[in-house]
Design a protein around this ligand. Structure first.
Ligand SMILES: Cc1cc2nc3c(=O)[nH]c(=O)nc-3n(C[C@H](O)[C@H](O)[C@H](O)COP(=O)(O)OP(=O)(O)OC[C@H]3O[C@@H](n4cnc5c(N)ncnc54)[C@H](O)[C@@H]3O)c2cc1C
Length: 434
């Protein structure tokens, strides 16, 4: 793992690049009366805290932060559909939304490995997919700005996202192109110092509460480009409700984090809100896909573990035929299998995260981790419902919510079929099939 100077939440624990810096930060925190025990330990040891400890500290802190947002909180949000803004705000107030943002804009500059620990802990707390996806776009959706934006754009766009003054949504998927994203139809026409956009997006999550959108649109017709992806341009701009109609989609699960149809009719985007060069937007998006897959997979492992924990508790407590149901091998074995599969998925998640953080090509590992975590978590959630018998169908046991929520990432942002196509082509060298 890279060793970097770390700000934000990590700084609180004095993690740093050099021993001296660690000591300095430790002293600073001790001196500013925070007197955090970790800071004092750091001064005493005068050394870099090892990555394992970093992960543990992130996990402990996030667990603590998630405690007030318990199962009942998420069940209530699943019932009333209210956006979990108080949860997002708690994360933002403690600096967590900047965990993998660059340090020069006030982020922590940590890697995807650490962000993966964070989202996994959120999901495992029982917040499940609702909790993770309420902050997913601020965490990794704005990544193209950090990587491809100008200095002015980074300073203007990223700090408000970290503070949660701005709430971005992500407009890529369109109703008529599906997974064939290079064929996107939404059009942005340059008129003087701004673009004018017409088109449609679908499934745009969090648009009900967002004031910003990361939008990809065609600036050159497909017929005029060598390859379809060459005519696509990326923007980060105001989600202007006078030109964008937003219609909520009623869906199977994750009711509190809305997904929407977006009808764009004359949205004006100033040229200074274009990210990078015209026509390169799809390539910029591709860059962010691997971290997205890793974080989704990590959240899935957390969700699977939450389901497994509930199943094991119930199996130990519920007595039928004069003994706990968990004493029967037919109840035990599927749960044991799920544990093995979730741990294997977890290894894949952190293998992929390490590849990305080390600057290696993480595509195969990131996709494989997302595939395997989604399947393992689906199996764990399904088995958790079955273990509860009839009570698995009752909302108060939460496992039916977990099962509904885990389905989202079996389907999205990429389907298992398309991952298999990708692995077959890119890893095994077979002919492209899609
Ligand atoms: C809850 C939720 C939230 C979402 N949030 C967002 C968001 O915030 N922003 C955003 O832009 N998008 C979002 N999405 C969209 C999501 O990324 C897409 O649903 C996903 O990419 C799949 O596209 P599609 O639904 O059009 O499937 P389609 O492309 O229509 O595919 C349908 C099925 O056909 C299969 N298929 C298609 N072509 C092939 C082939 N060549 N070989 C084998 N199988 C194939 C697929 O595997 C899939 O099973 C969200 C989706 C959901 C469900």
């Amino acid at each position: 793992m890279r060793l970097k100077y770390r700000a934000g939440p990590a700084r609180r624990y004095g993690l740093g690049k050099h021993q001296a810096l660690d000591v300095f930060i430790g002293l600073f925190y001790a001196a500013t009366a925070k007197q955090h025990p970790l800071a004092l330990i750091l001064i005493a040891k005068g050394r870099i805290t090892c990555p394992k400890n970093t992960d543990k500290q992130i996990k402990d802190s996030i667990e603590k932060l998630c405690k007030p947002f318990d199962d009942q909180y998420w069940l209530d949000r699943d019932t009333d559909g209210e956006f979990p803004e108080d949860f997002c705000r708690a994360l933002a107030d403690d600096g967590w939304l900047g965990i993998c943002m660059p340090e020069d804009v006030g982020g922590s500059g940590l890697g995807i490995s650490e962000a993966a620990v964070m989202v996994q802990t959120i999901a495992e707390s029982g917040a499940a997919n609702g909790g993770v996806s309420s902050v997913a776009i601020p965490l990794f959706g704005v990544n193209p700005i950090a990587v491809f934006g100008t200095e002015e754009q980074k300073q203007r766009m990223l700090p408000p996202v970290m503070r949660r003054d701005d709430i971005p949504c992500f407009g890529v998927t369109e109703p008529n192109t599906g997974l064939d994203t290079t064929r996107l139809k939404t059009e942005a026409i340059l008129q003087g110092d701004h673009y004018v956009v017409h088109g449609q997006k679908v499934w745009t999550s969090t648009a009900q509460v967002s004031n910003k959108i990361m939008l990809i649109a065609r600036t050159k017709p497909e017929s005029e480009t060598k390859r379809p992806i060459d005519g696509l341009t990326l923007f980060y701009t105001d989600l202007d409700r006078s030109t964008c109609e937003i219609r909520r989609i009623e869906k199977m699960g994750r009711k509190c984090v809305d997904s929407n149809q977006l009808f764009i009719d004359g949205l004006k985007i100033p040229v200074e809100d274009r990210i990078g060069e015209e026509g390169k937007g799809f390539r910029y998006l591709l860059h962010g896909l691997n971290p997205e897959r890793v974080l989704i997979a990590s959240g899935l492992v957390g969700l699977g573990r939450a389901a497994l924990k509930r199943a094991v508790t119930y199996a130990g407590e519920r007595e039928v035929f004069g003994r706990p149901i968990g004493q029967n091998q037919s109840v035990q074995h599927p749960l044991a299998e799920s544990w093995i599969e979730l741990e294997a998925a977890n290894l894949m998640v952190f293998r992929a995260a390490a590849a990305y953080d080390n600057g290696e090509d993480a595509g195969a590992y990131a996709n494989a981790a997302k595939y395997f975590a989604a399947e393992a978590t689906f199996k764990a959630c399904q088995q958790a419902v079955m273990t509860h018998g009839g009570m698995g169908y009752a909302k108060e046991y939460h496992v039916e919510r977990y099962l509904r929520e885990c389905m989202i990432h079996r389907l999205a942002p990429i389907s298992p079929q398309l991952i298999l196509c990708f692995i077959a082509e890119k890893v095994l060298g077979l002919a492209k099939s899609y």
